[in-house]
Design a protein around this ligand. Structure first.
Ligand SMILES: [Zn+2]
Ligand SMILES: [Zn+2]
Length: 327
């Protein structure tokens, strides 16, 4: 991340604690967390069976939802068949209502794209599915370049064919902004994310999941550039929307709660921020189980915040001021 690297160069001799913190200060962002395919492979259970067909095999994958034990193992091909009958199965577990993540998310996103990729590039379902694949590539396959190229292509077609206010266009803008932000391209990320929030508020109001997604994403970009004061009311708005629309245990709600906590820590409200981050980690561990990728993501954010809390006030102010300057 540009922010972290440039801070490191000038502050490297200032304080060991500051230096350690700057390395840690790359907050993981909103709904984007890097899933680890290696971990999924390491966790493979030779005695496990698919909850759909009850058979095993080396192609068995963890579903990455909140289901545990054999309820959290399936073949991608079995879920693909299920998705033919119920479109929700492409992304969401029927049992725990959480989304597939990790390898399963990527496998299903690829399978779904294969079914529509022969269609014209401006086919709306193809654009939707292609965008899902791009998000999966970024979140769970560690492929930001592939995701960026695909999202840029989707956005260009969406703008041309569907116009700038279409929900698919706005999704593409949001997702591209998050990817740009995660790879440190803040100058490109911020105007895209601001455009989505303004357009969504104007055309859809501020009382829907789309608004929560747009607002939470802009807040995440602002956290990444160290603009915590601007981020705070947006985080709180996104969190309240998601608490009401999705409930307290949904991953998106937990992501917003984590974002508020990071933002408070960034503003120097350490105790309040830490307790929110701790509450998020505890809730995620209860909902998803200790080995889940999201739990690790939340725990890493909490660890970063704890490191920040151990600094002297002077060092902490220095780090936060420096992060703002660099943004
Ligand atoms: Zn199966
Ligand atoms: Zn589940």
């Amino acid at each position: 991340m540009g922010l972290v690297n440039s801070s490191l160069r000038s502050l490297v001799v200032a304080s060991d604690a500051v230096t350690r913190l700057l390395i840690l200060l790359a907050w993981p962002v909103n709904s984007f967390y890097a899933g680890s395919l290696l971990d999924a492979a390491r966790n493979w259970d030779p005695d496990g069976v698919c909850w759909i067909c009850c058979e095993g095999g080396t192609d068995l994958l963890h579903t990455g939802c909140a289901c545990r034990g054999s309820a959290g193992l399936a073949h991608a091909r079995c879920l693909e068949q299920a998705a033919v009958h119920d479109v929700n199965r492409w992304t969401t577990c029927p049992t725990c209502k959480q989304q597939w993540t990790g390898e399963m998310e990527v496998a299903l996103a690829r399978a779904r794209y294969e079914r529509v990729r022969h269609r014209p590039a401006d086919d709306e379902e193809r654009l939707f599915v292609q965008q899902n694949l791009a998000v999966a590539l970024f979140e769970s396959a560690g492929d930001p370049d592939g995701a960026t190229a695909m999202l840029e292509e989707v956005l260009a077609v969406c703008r041309r064919v569907l116009g700038s206010e279409n929900p698919l266009t706005l999704d593409a803008l949001t997702n591209l902004a998050l990817v740009y932000s995660e790879v440190g391209n803040y100058d490109a990320a911020l105007p895209l994310s601001e455009e989505v929030v303004a357009t969504t508020r104007r055309t859809r109001g501020a009382d829907c999941e789309e608004a929560a997604h747009a607002i939470g994403s802009l807040a995440a970009v602002l956290n990444n550039v160290g603009e915590y004061a601007r981020a705070r009311p947006l985080w709180e708005e996104a969190l309240q929307l998601r608490l009401r629309l999705l409930g307290p245990s949904h991953l998106d709600t937990l992501n917003s709660q984590h974002g508020v906590g990071q933002c408070l820590v960034g503003l120097g409200e350490i105790d309040a921020g830490l307790s929110l981050l701790e509450a998020t980690s505890t809730a995620a561990r209860r909902v998803f189980g200790p080995g889940h990728e999201s739990v690790r993501h939340f725990d890493e954010g909490l660890e970063t915040a704890r490191n920040l809390s151990e600094l002297s006030d002077r060092d902490r102010d220095l780090v936060i001021a420096r992060a703002r300057l660099d943004s």
